[in-house]
Design a protein around this ligand. Structure first.
Ligand SMILES: [Cu+2]
Length: 483
């Protein structure tokens, strides 16, 4: 009987069973049919992700997520009522394997005020699950789908008004690992960007409500990683060591903005663009669409703080879109050397070492002749060739009562710089500082000062190189102008 047609499938089945022996206790062989083994998914809060999957067969994965409407800090001193998948923004990270059957239990906490649902971009079917998961406060529902395609997918609430549910923080990521798994790395992190629309202005204190008009106009008051300013900086920074391979699962919940995700000081040697499965190599900044994701990988080689930003850079510095990866380990100066010495640069050719030294000007005429050149090269960039300055930031030297009132003070300003507010001819200047010019020689400074004190209607005596030398010896410091 064990010959011919029946023997071959039997032997194959035996072989398959043997091959899988020890990997799984309940499912001996992978089958295209619905999996018989059931496991409970480990869903975790950002910036953490569940551990990598080492299974070689599909299972039924039970995922339980509770929608919670919670009031939490959005920025320093400001709170916001977030709607969340699991209690935080972004929602809990779901990790399954290609081919798994996902049994999603969506619970809406009894104290909540709104119905919610979930649209997972990993779902194949109209609405991505949203029409089959609508759930009122104090209720739960179950929705089952097969994770057909590998990739990193966003999920979000899609209950009307959809934009409002997303703007309130209802998004997260689901990773469908390819059958063969992802290459191993040392550290994995979960970061998701979102734009927020508060009734108050950016940095206003106190409870903040959602502002529908700002959301429609796409004018966010905050652009944040992981739902709050500072959620990934300072004490909350991510950590890695020099030489460790870092993988970041980066999502963008929107609702409106696309992200130009960039880690300052790192090159992504691999990016799975838009959450797809074919990695791109050597990318500086990757674009993450609203409702999209990217997996980025790199290995920091030098210790320090790696700030990551949305490189639409005002979002980073004015609206909160900053996080930090803090890297410890030994420095590699061949790769990333320390800053070299500070040397003067006047824009003119650096004189050759063999050139004869410029004679030091002795008379007022000599000082004026040299001073015109020094002024044009150094001071005119700000004060203008005409000495007129650039109001309202840069005061005039032409006809300046302030300049002419105190020669010694002018020497100290040229040497050490000036911090306002300063009143010149009745007008107050103070929103810009004048930098120190101590890198100029005594003769250069003396000649420039003599020049400005004897041009454009100003008349005064000469500033001698010895005057500058005396002031320099007394100590170079920023002059604080008094009104
Ligand atoms: Cu919702």
């Amino acid at each position: 009987m064990f010959r011919g047609k029946t023997f071959v499938p039997f032997a194959l089945a035996l072989l398959t069973a043997l091959t899988n022996c020890g990997r799984s206790k309940t499912t001996p062989a992978q089958s295209a049919a619905e999996p018989t083994e059931t496991i409970h998914a480990d869903v975790v809060d950002a910036p953490n992700v569940p551990p990598a999957i080492h299974r070689d067969h599909a299972v039924r994965v039970v995922v339980e997520i509770e929608v919670k409407e919670v009031t939490m800090p959005i920025a320093d001193g400001a709170t916001y009522t977030f709607w969340t998948f699991g209690g935080h923004v972004p929602g809990q990270f779901i990790r399954v394997r290609e081919g798994d059957t996902v049994e999603l239990h969506l619970k809406n906490a009894p104290g909540n005020k709104m119905p919610h649902n979930i649209d997972l971009h990993a779902v194949t079917g109209p609405g991505g699950g949203a029409p089959r998961t609508f759930v009122a406060p104090g209720h739960q529902t179950v929705f089952t789908f097969e994770a057909l395609r590998a990739g990193l997918f966003a999920y979000h609430c899609a209950t009307a008004p959809v934009g409002m549910h997303i703007a309130n923080g209802m998004y997260g990521l689901i990773l469908v690992e390819p059958r063969e798994g992802l290459p191993p790395v040392d550290k994995e992190f979960y970061v998701m960007q979102g734009d927020f629309y508060t009734t108050g202005a950016t940095n206003d204190k106190g409870p903040q409500a959602f502002d529908m008009q700002k959301a429609i106009d796409e004018k966010p008051t905050y652009v944040l990683f992981n739902g709050a300013e500072g959620s990934l900086t300072g004490a909350n920074a991510l950590h890695a060591k020099v030489g460790e391979r870092v993988r970041m699962f980066v999502g963008n919940g929107g609702p409106n903005l696309v992200s130009s995700f960039h880690v300052i000081g790192a090159i992504f040697d691999r990016v799975y663009r838009e959450g797809g499965t074919t990695p791109e190599q050597d990318v500086q900044t990757t674009l993450i669409p609203a409702g999209g994701a990217a997996t980025v990988e790199f290995t920091p080689r030098e210790p320090g703080e790696y700030t990551f930003v949305d490189h639409s850079i005002f979002r980073a510095f004015s609206k909160g879109a900053q996080g930090q990866l803090s890297v410890e380990g030994a420095s590699n100066t061949a790769l990333y050397a320390d800053q070299g010495p500070d040397l003067p640069f006047t824009g003119a050719d650096v004189p050759a070492a063999t050139a004869a030294p410029t004679p030091v000007p002795q008379t007022k005429e000599e000082l004026l002749a040299m001073g015109a050149g020094v002024f044009d090269r150094t001071c005119a960039a700000c004060h203008q060739k005409t000495g007129a300055g650039l109001p309202p930031a840069i005061p005039p030297l032409a006809g300046s009562d302030f300049l002419m009132a105190d020669k010694d003070r002018a020497v100290h300003i040229a040497l050490g710089g000036l911090k306002g507010p300063v009143v010149v001819n009745g007008t107050t200047f103070g929103n810009m500082e004048m930098p120190s010019h101590a890198f100029l020689s005594d003769a250069e400074l003396a000649s420039a000062l003599t020049y400005v004190r004897n041009s454009w209607g100003n008349t005064g005596d000469a500033v001698m190189p010895a005057d500058v030398a005396t002031a320099r010896a007394a100590g170079v410091h920023t002059v604080l102008a008094e009104r």
